[in-house]
Write a protein that binds this ligand. Sequence first.
Ligand SMILES: [Zn+2]
Length: 304
Amino acid sequence: MKQIFLLLIFVLSQCQSNRQADNIALIEQQRLMVACQQFEAVYIGLNKDYINIPEARIAIDTLISIFDDYYFRHQAQKKYDTSEWYFPVQGYTARAIGNDKKNRHGFVDNGCNFFDRGINPGHPAYDIFIRDLNNDGKDDRTKEWVNILAMTGGIVVDVEEQWKKGTTARGGKYIWLYDPSTKGFFYYAHNNDLFVKVGDIVTPGQVIATMGRTGANANKERSQTHLHLCYYQVAPDNDIRPMRFYPQLKAATHTPRPSKNVNNNTEEPTPLDTALVDSAGNYIECGDDLSISSQSSQCMGSEQ
Ligand SMILES: [Zn+2]
């Protein structure tokens, strides 16, 4: 009888501690979701001038520590080095990155940062193109959508999945991914389908979306189907600046196309560079910088 009683006590205490663990997990999850909502509010607030820059800096600083805390608690402190990064477009390599006459690979930041785009933010990103001459969004060789991969591990902190044709929003269906290992934010724009949601933890090489043509400019007939990819790194002084990461993209792990009927050794086409530069060699595939409204941008070479 005494043994049964002790067993009952043990089972009840286990239930109690399980319930406590569940409650803690729930609180952590809720804290993360609130932080992600705040990230979106700051991001949109900056674009629409609802929040001033000093306030935004303080807010993002706090959010980063919440993201770091959550991620490392759930990933057993696992960090990924840039040498472990994956090329973000499945079946393609760095040869698919757009270029310009000055060999900047389309990256022009004009001194802008996450908080302050300046008068002319340029194009602080890389555009990675697929072979899609009929602009249906699919790879001409496979007739399939092309997978977008997480370059590294991190937390999905914001997504836009509601973009509709005819609206002025430029990023289209985008994903913001925070990488606690290198303290950086990735921004993947113009996707078609999104396979992740806010609060998800992703691993390097995970399929997070398919490439699309969403976004006011990316949807236009003149635009070639591409991924617009930014990486903003948190500097030691807590500024968050767009970084050039062409060497890392070039060295990143490639993954073959999933299709069975396609020869994966076929070299992918070089993007049609000439369509991307004006007569002065300026990059004209802009218009998908961080500005949400198409009215506020003065992209170089832009046909506003
Ligand atoms: Zn772009």
